[in-house]
Design a protein around this ligand. Sequence first.
Ligand code: SF4
Length: 350
Amino acid sequence: MFNEIRKSLKKWYIENGRDLPWRKSLNPYNIWLSEIILQQTQINQGLPYYYAFIEKYPDIFALANADEQDVLNLWQGLGYYSRARNMLQTAKIIVNEYQGQFPDEYSSLIKLKGVGKYTASAIISIAFNKAFAVVDGNVYRLLSRLFGIDVPVDTASGQKVFTKLADELLDKNEPGNFNQAMMDFGALQCKKVPNCSICPLQNYCTAFMSDTVSDLPVKSKKTVVKNRYMHYLLLEKNQQLILTKRTSDDIWKNLYDFPLIETLNSSEIGIENIKHLIEPHNLAEEMKCIYKVNHKLTHRNITANFYVVNLKKPLKKINFEREYVFVNKNRIEDFPFPKLIENFFKFYLH
Ligand code: SF4
C-alpha cells in the first residue's frame, strides 16, 4: 500500500504543488532561510519576508555580515524574534566554521542554532537528496488520519510513532520531492477541515473509511496561556520620545518598546505608580491612558495600556532598570519593534 500512496502523492504534487520561489533552486541557503521564516508563519505572510531577505542578503556571507538591528528591522512583524537572532548566529557559524558551505550531514545541521529536526530534515532531503523524513503538524495530521492512529501527537510516544511511520513511507529515491509533497498535501488537501470528497488517498485512508476524520489527530493537552498586563509610558517632549531595549530573556528580546510597568491585573495605573521612575516635580498633571489593546501570542495574552505622561521640562534621565534611548519621532523607523508596538505607532503617529 505504501507504494500506491507514494505514487498518488507524487501525482497530486505534480498537479497541485505550490510554486514557491525557494523551490526553483536546491541552494541550502534559500531552503534554510524559507524554513526559518515559515517555522511559525503562514506562507502568505512569510513570502514578502523571504523576498526581502533574499534581496538584502542574497547569500550566507551577506547575512553573516549583517547588523543584528538591521536583521530585526527586516524581521519586524513576523514575531518570534528569537528565530531572527538564531538565524544570524547560524549564518556566522556557517561562514566561520564551514567556509560558507552548509554541512551535508544531519548530525551537523541539527547542532545549528534554530535548526530543529524538521528544518534539518527539510534541508538535508531537499538540498542534498538524503533520506530524512520531515514531520510537522501537517504531517502528523495526514499520517494520523491516513493510518487511523489515535496516539496523541504532542507526546514523546506519539512523536516516535509518527516519525517511524514517516520514515517508512518516505520515498528514498526522491526524499526532497516526497517531503515537499507531504508538506503541501497536509497544508492544502488534508487540512484541519479536509476536502475528502476529492482526495486521491481516499481509498487508502483509514479515517475516511471509518468516518473518524474529525477525531484525528488527537492532542493530549491544551496550551497554557498566561495573562500579562503592561502599562507603557509615553515620555515625550519636543519631539523626543524615550524607547527602551528589551534585553532580558523574556518575549521580544532585543526589540524596543517604552518604559513599562507590569501589574497583576488590568486596572489602569496612576501618577503615584510612576514617581519612582521620574522626578515628581517634573510631572505636570495626571497622566492619561490614550490607547488600550489586547494582543495574543501563543503562550501570552497581553493587555497593554499606553499613557501620555505630561512633563514640565525635557527629561535627562529616568530610573529605569533597562537600557533606554531618547529618539526623535521621525527616527522611529530605525528601530525594531514587536508587532504590538508597531500597531500602536499606526495609531499614535498618524
Ligand atoms: Fe485526509 Fe480526507 Fe484524504 Fe483522508 S481522505 S487523507 S482525511 S483528505
